[in-house]
Design a binder for this molecule. Structure first.
Ligand code: AMP
Ligand code: GLY
Length: 424
């Protein structure tokens, strides 16, 4: 099979790394990829949002399967464009991508389809939205821009002043452009967050093991939110009973709802859940693999990933069981000092090969924000590397991951030292 992965981050490197081991693979490409991905695939210099170039290229190169990493190309309609040319795609069309592309659409349908989620109201007018804040009696409240806002569109406000500022920034200041034409004001939930992903062929689901992400930049979950500073899988809080409940209360109603709406969803559905003593609520759906959750989930997959993605793309899961390793995995993200604010780029990175070699086959360093300058891998983004390790028990996996992190050097390297602490 000739396979094209679209994207250039740590998630795409993890996908490429796993797919590269498939006996069914003939040739792997990635557009645009990164220097880490280049070790297992041929990088193609086409941007992930250039729908026309990607489609033309995939037709010309007789690609059998396209795996779309990020949400933006899906929301723009990349899967539709490829399918119109008869190419199999792992990733939903524009219709299914609304689940992530419009939070208003997603929340309204969650209500309609009986999926548990926080109470909410939708506004496109600042003064009406501000007026609504009084219902929260000065307590915390969550403000969300409707559209895609590069992970910055959700503000968990501690009180009305902060909430009003967020409403002003989005509706009047146009901080997110048209993605902020509408806002959601939502009840603030408490509990523990879990990411649960399921592959979908349009009719059936294959649930993946759970993962937990660390969104805040600082230790003990302090400071501003990032794209994710680390992850581990499985999440101990995600018991067998909770898995059953998630399937029954979240994924099956979602599947029915999608069917009702005549949406043939072929890809992965990511449910961000908030779990407390007796309650399970959906915070959000994404229509792609999580980053960095994928880096912690895929090393645990014993089965071949390629036939699974092909089956989902073909709308036909074969019944073969998917096997997972019981061993937990941990991914520690190494970032650039200053991220998620401004940071410098272009620092030489050393020690990646040494870190992997010392890991004895259970350490993988997934590259995210890197570039190649004069044959040297350098920093080129906020999240630079996803240093991943797995072991029989979580403490061993954590120790191995941090050993690998310490072997990797670049100027301004920043990472959290408490990844997976909640599970230890
Ligand atoms: P989202 O982009 O929807 O995943 O939101 C980003 C983060 O905001 C989530 O991972 C949660 O930490 C937080 N969040 C979103 N909605 C709520 C809510 N209703 N209550 C509390 N926290 C929330
Ligand atoms: N790690 C969070 C996300 O992928 O949205």
């Amino acid at each position: 099979m000739r396979v094209l992965i679209v994207g250039s981050g740590g998630r795409e490197h993890a996908l490429a790394w796993k797919l590269a081991g498939s006996p069914q693979l003939e040739k792997l490409f990635c557009a645009p990829g990164n220097p880490g991905i280049a070790r297992v695939a041929e990088n193609i210099a086409i941007e992930a949002e250039d729908l026309k170039c990607l489609t033309d290229w995939a037709v010309r190169e007789k690609i059998d399967l396209v795996v779309v990493g990020p949400e933006m190309p899906l929301v723009l309609g990349l899967a539709d464009s490829l399918r119109a040319k008869g190419i199999k795609v792992f990733g939903p069309g524009k219709d299914g991508a609304l689940l992530e592309g419009s939070k208003v659409w997603a929340k309204r349908n969650m209500k309609k389809w009986g999926i548990p989620t926080a109470e909410f109201a939708v506004f496109d007018n600042f003064s009406e939205a501000r007026h609504h804040l009084s219902r929260f009696y000065g307590g915390p409240v969550v403000i969300k821009a409707d559209g895609l806002a590069a992970g910055k569109g959700v503000i968990v406000a501690s009180g009305p002043a902060e909430a009003e500022q967020a409403l002003y920034d989005i509706l009047i200041g146009r901080a997110f452009g048209p993605a902020g034409d509408r806002v959601i004001i939502e009840q603030c939930l408490s509990g523990e967050e879990v990411s649960v992903l399921a592959l979908c062929d349009g009719k059936e689901l294959v649930m993946l093991p759970s993962a937990q992400d660390h969104k805040a930049i600082g230790e003990n979950d302090r400071g501003p939110n990032t794209g994710g500073m680390g992850a581990y899988s499985p999440a101990p809080i995600y018991s067998e009973a909770l898995a059953l409940k998630t399937r029954q209360d979240v994924f099956l109603p979602l599947l029915n709802g999608l069917r009702e709406a005549k949406i043939d969803f072929r890809g992965v559905i990511y449910a961000g859940l908030m779990v407390s003593a007796e309650q399970l609520n959906v915070l959000e759906f994404n229509v792609r693999f999580g980053d960095p959750e994928t880096q912690a989930i895929l090393p645990r997959l014993k089965s071949d990933l390629l036939p699974l993605l092909v089956a989902a793309a073909a709308g036909d899961f074969n019944q073969s069981a998917v096997e997972w390793l019981a061993d937990p995995a941990v991914c520690v993200v190494m970032a650039s000092m200053g991220y998620p604010g401004p940071y410098e780029k272009g620092f030489a990175i050393s020690g990646i090969a040494e870190a992997e070699a010392a890991g004895g086959g259970s350490v993988a360093v997934f590259q995210a924000g890197t570039a190649l300058t004069n044959n040297q891998v350098v920093t080129a983004g906020g999240r630079v590397l996803g240093v991943t390790a797995w072991d029989k028990e979580l403490p061993g996996a954590v120790a191995k991951a941090y050993q690998a992190v310490e072997a990797i050097k670049y100027e301004g390297a920043y990472y959290r030292r408490d990844i997976a602490y909640r599970a230890l």
